[in-house]
Each structure stands twice: as C-alpha cells, then as structure tokens.
Ligand binder design. Structure first.
Ligand code: NAP
Ligand code: MG
Length: 483
C-alpha cells in the first residue's frame, strides 16, 4: 500500500474535472499492483480543452502579455516543481519504475526547461527589413495559437516540460495529452500552472487513450500546431492528421543510435558512457546508446567491460533505490518488458551471442536483466529496431568507412557518438554521421541549451536550444507605405 491519492483528475479550462471516458487504473510496474485511478478524457473533453485554449488565445490574455511577464510565470512553474521535487519524484518512480534518484533528476530536468525558456521569452524578436524611403517594414514572431502536445511514458514530466515551456514562453495556449501508462506525474504540471497564476486555458492537462483522446486532439481543427514524441507508426498518424489540417508538427520518434569506438578510445571512461547510455531509465530513452560499433581489435575487451557494467547493476524496485549509483528499476510495463525480452530471444535465433542478462527477474514486476549481445550483424532485427529496454548490441568494424556505414545503416538518425583520441577522425565522423546530435567522447554531452531532434525516421523539428523556439512562432511581415 502507498499513500498516493486514490484518484487523479484532469485539468481543463482552469478546473479539475472527471473524464467522459471514465477512469483508468494506473499500475506500479515494480509490483504489478494498482497504484491509483486516473480520469480518462474522451473526445468531448478534448474539445473543451482546445476551446479553452483557443478562447484564451483569441482574447490576447496570454499572447498579448509583455514577454517578460510570461517568462517570469514560466520560470515560476519550474521553481514550483523544484519546491515539490521529493514528492513528485516518488510519484514518478511509483508509476514509471525508474530509481528514485533518476526520478529526482527528471524533476530537476523538467524545472530546468522552465528556467531556460522562461529566460528566453523576451528574446524572441522580429527584424526590420529595409525597403527604401517610402516604406517601413518589420517582422513579428507570433505564436501559432493552440499547441497540442502528446507525451510519451518514458520521461512524462520532462517531455511535457520540454515542449510546454517553449510553447508558453512564446505565447501559445497548450493542451497536453498525457500517456496512459504514466499520467499521474503530469498532474504536477497543472498544479504548477495553477499555483503561479497562469490564465485559465493556458495549460490544459488531460489523460486519455491515444486512440481516442490522442486522435481527437491531433485531428482537432482548432489545433494550430502539434508536438509528438513516441513511436514511428503513431508519429505517421499524427503527421497525417496535421497534414489534413495544414498545421505544422514536431516529431521525435526515437532511434537506434550508435557509438563508434575506435582502437585508441579510453575504455575506462567508456564504461561510464555504457552505464548511462543504455541502462539509464532501463534503456527506455529515445537517444539511448543501443548499439556500440567497436574496432575489431578492442571488441573482446569492450564486450567484457560492458558485461561487467551490466552485471554490476542492482535491479529491483526504484522506490528502494534512492541513491545515485549502480542500480536499475523496472521497465514501464510488463508488455514493454516482454517485447524487449522477445527481441533478445530473436537476436539469439538470428546468431547474436547473449553475453549477460536477457532474462526476466524471478519476481513480480516488469524487470529485465541488463543485457549485452555480442556478435551482432548490421542486418539483424536487433541492430535495426528500437528495443526501448536495457539491451546493448555490440557490432565490430575493420575500418572507418565500415564503422560509419554501420552507424548510418538504420532508418533512424537521432544521435550518434564517436570515441577516439584522434581529433581528425572524430571530426570526419561528425561530418559523416547522419544524426541530429553527435557526441564526441561523452554520450549525452550537451543539455537543454543544445538543439535535439532527428534525421531520417527519427523525425523532424528541433527541441531544446534556441532552435526550439522557432517551432512555436510564425513570422508575420508588416509593410507600411508612407504617405
Ligand atoms: P506511442 O503509441 O507512440 O505513444 C506515445 C503517445 O502517443 C502516447 O501518449 C499515446 O497514448 C499517444 N498515441 C497513441 N496512439 C495515438 C493516436 N492514434 N493518435 C494520437 N496519439 C496517440 O508509443 P507507445 O505505445 O507508448 O510505445 C511503443 C513504442 O514506441 C516503444 O516500444 C518505443 O519503441 C517507442 N517509444 C519511443 C519514445 C521516444 O521517446 N522516442 C517514447 C515512447 C515510446 P497512449 O499512452 O494512450 O498509448
Ligand atoms: Mg500506445
């Protein structure tokens, strides 16, 4: 038993409401036991939320504020989350499975987005275009209006913070559709909006099924812009809906990202990259280092080190893992765990060697052992498809050209890494890797400040950094003929 509230409502037009589709039971993936009930929105709830956002937008009550005022409120939302960090982290761990210290990092990461984009609100400026003595011409960066944001379950709080903070800072009104597996934590986003005094309709947060509320939101004809993070098939459905309504969307669709490890790489340091790159959040990270492509001369050593990292992790309920260290929690659900487990079995059938892990734990909950597969070939399913679990595939290469070809040899292109002491080699790789971010000698180097997004089937549009702001505004040109 936990002290979590038994029932959680949606937040629409500044009010806490039940859902037209009833209730959903949210489970704790570490035990398989019910955790709480969540109000489930239907299409009519979505319509009310979109109408609230649109009404606010048309009134100018949010978009018309002086940007510094919006920015201060956005920043205050982040501080509110930090003020409640311990409580939010506990809830996140219980519904999502990650260790408590990882959940604390997520809350801090979410707060950081509100700090960063709150700070930028008053930097979004147009320009003056010279047209000669008879005209004055300038551009205005206007918000789209209603921004629809469809959120995945792997980082529910941080993913919402990422899009919401930039959308609000630029003056949009938002409707957030939270994931059915992990809806509870996002209640705190609505609480933050309420606590800092955002006008009603600026932030609407509702949980509903993707096929019902998600589809209703992405096809709604008063939505002006869509942000989606999740799987490729759902991304295609959302881009199709956006095309029907002729509105822009941002798609962040995961990856099969590779680290190229050269013969001169520092493998001691690389153990840290392995630990974070594939076992953080039990590998349920869109930019996970799910493939390592290592020079054949170091392959055996690297596989041994990877197995050591994997075996060194203590796996069990995240709530019992409060401290940063060598531990890992449950995956988000048993179906996600079983899917990853089946992919490991298929990899063995296809000829990969299971070095360590690859088994479910003999206890309730969605646990999978940290796994290392060696001898993986570039055309195996395990090298092509996103596992979204704690499963590392190790491939080997003979020369630089082969390494790059393997790294680029999937439909995805989210991030990539190169590990070498040779600056020329690293620079060549950075130019040749088809990915939106390239890490040299540190996986996940960067931060909220650095633009992030995909090449290829990993999606389009950019989150994070200054670049993200331009997803939330449209340019208006004003040309004035002087008398
Ligand atoms: P998903 O179906 O893409 O779900 C992501 C979000 O989209 C959820 O809020 C989902 O709602 C919603 N959704 C589903 N169908 C929709 C529709 N027709 N219209 C509008 N919204 C819709 O992903 P998933 O089912 O959670 O996971 C499947 C796989 O996707 C994973 O194994 C993983 O490979 C990948 N994934 C990637 C990321 C990433 O960060 N790139 C994140 C999550 C998952 P529900 O919650 O109700 O399904
Ligand atoms: Mg789904």
């Amino acid at each position: 038993m936990t002290d979590i509230a038994p029932y959680w409502q949606n937040y629409v037009d500044g009010a806490w409401v039940d859902g037209g589709a009833g209730r959903l039971t949210v489970e704790d993936p570490a035990t398989g036991e019910p955790l709480a009930e969540q109000a489930l929105a239907d299409a009519a709830d979505v319509d009310r939320a979109v109408t609230a956002a649109r009404t606010l937008h048309l009134s100018g009550g949010w978009s018309g504020l002086r940007p510094v005022e919006r920015g201060r409120m956005v920043q205050a939302m982040g501080r509110y989350l930090l003020d409640h960090q311990a409580e939010i982290a506990r809830l996140l761990t219980l519904e999502q499975g990650k260790p408590l210290w990882e959940a604390e990092i997520e809350v801090a990461g979410a707060a950081r987005y509100f700090e960063y984009y709150g700070n930028q609100a008053e930097t979004v400026e147009g320009r003056q275009v010279p047209l000669g003595a008879d005209y004055v011409d300038f551009t205005v960066m206007e918000p789209f209006g209603v921004s629809a944001q469809i959120i995945p379950w792997n980082y529910p709080l941080e993913m919402t913070a990422r899009s919401l903070s930039a959308a609000l800072a630029t003056g949009n009104a938002c409707v957030v559709k939270t994931p059915e597996l992990t809806p509870l934590t996002n209640t705190w986003i609505a609480r933050a909006a309420e606590a800092v005094g955002l006008p009603r309709g600026a932030v609407n947060v509702l949980c509903g099924l993707g096929s019902e509320a998600g589809a209703a939101l992405s096809t709604h004809d008063h939505v002006n812009q869509i942000v989606f993070t999740g799987s490729v098939p759902t991304g295609i459905a959302i881009a199709t809906a956006a095309a029907q309504n002729v509105v822009p969307c941002i798609l962040e669709l995961g990856g099969k990202s590779a680290a190229i490890v050269h013969d001169d790489a520092d493998l001691d340091a690389f153990e840290t990259d392995l630990r974070w790159g594939i076992y953080f959040n039990a590998g349920q990270v869109c930019s996970a280092m799910s493939r390592v492509i290592v020079h054949e001369s170091r392959a055996e050593e690297l596989v041994e080190r990877a197995a050591g990292v994997a075996r060194g992790l203590s796996v069990g309920p995240g709530i019992e893992r409060p401290d940063y260290g060598a531990n890992m929690g449950a995956m988000v659900s048993e179906p996600q765990r079983d899917r990853a487990d089946a992919m490991v079995r298929q990899a063995e059938t296809d000829g990969a060697r299971l070095v360590t892990g690859g088994r479910k734990l003999n206890r309730p909950g969605a646990f999978l052992e940290p796994t290392v597969l060696a001898g993986v070939a570039g055309d195996m399913a395990i090298a092509q498809e996103e596992v979204f679990g704690p499963v590392l595939s190790v491939l080997s290469f003979r020369d630089e050209a082969e390494a790059i070809a393997l790294a680029n040899g999937t439909p995805y292109g989210l991030v990539a890494g190169v590990f070498t002491r040779d600056l020329d080699r690293a620079t060549r790789a950075a130019a040749q890797l088809r990915a939106g971010q390239v890490f040299v000698n540190e996986w996940y180097a960067g931060g909220v400040e650095t633009p992030f997004g995909g090449f290829g089937k990993s999606g389009y549009g950019r989150e994070k950094g200054r670049e993200a702001l331009w997803n939330y505004v449209q340019t208006k040109n004003v040309a004035i003929r002087l008398g």
